[in-house]
Ligand binder design. Sequence first.
Ligand SMILES: N[C@@H](CCC(=O)N[C@@H](CS)C(=O)NCC(=O)O)C(=O)O
Length: 215
Amino acid sequence: MAPYTLVIGNKAYSSWSLRPWLLLKQAHIPFAEVRIALYKDDHAAKIRRYSPAGKVPILIDKGTAIWESLAICEYLAERHADKQLWPADPAARAFGRAISAEMHAGFSAMRGELVMNVRHVLPRAGMSAEVTGDIARIEAIWNDSLRRYGGPFLLGAFSVADAMFAPVATRFRTYAVALSVSAQRYANSVLALPAMQEWYAAAAVEPEVLPQYEP
Ligand SMILES: N[C@@H](CCC(=O)N[C@@H](CS)C(=O)NCC(=O)O)C(=O)O
């Protein structure tokens, strides 16, 4: 039996679910997956069976349930130190934690306007000043990280920080956001990961269509 169970939402839409799912896949940590179709029937009650916070993702490790995507990623990094899901250097680790926390807590304009939908490419003509500002800050974070640590991922090797920003790479593709060469190269590297392709393929065959996430 896989040691972990990860409870997630729809792969087409659930950006928060993608983060720990991708980290587990990249680290080759076995897990069982429970997918709860969001905003259908009694989705809230189904989620609350696992966590009173009522949101996915949730990681179950034997009797312990961990919610909040960043807390799950931190837990996995601690439990699997050999996988080096954070860099060994404390300054690089602090930088990675800062940009991951910035992602976790911020960019609400972009999250609200450019909802994750990996089943479509929907170039967006006009965007609000708030979204343009969010995109500019994310590009600056990516370019700063790539310059500091030399790529191909934000802190050099794939880390928690890349898992946290992976849904942004999907949004930039979905809405055909124009990026600088280095930021685009980074987004492409994330999207080309076999695990990302597995996520996209599974999303493509999900039966649910949620109007609030559709054009
Ligand atoms: N900050 C949370 C956000 C989790 C979240 O908002 N999850 C959404 C799906 S992407 C959810 O569970 N929505 C169901 C609901 O609100 O009923 C995290 O990092 O895990």
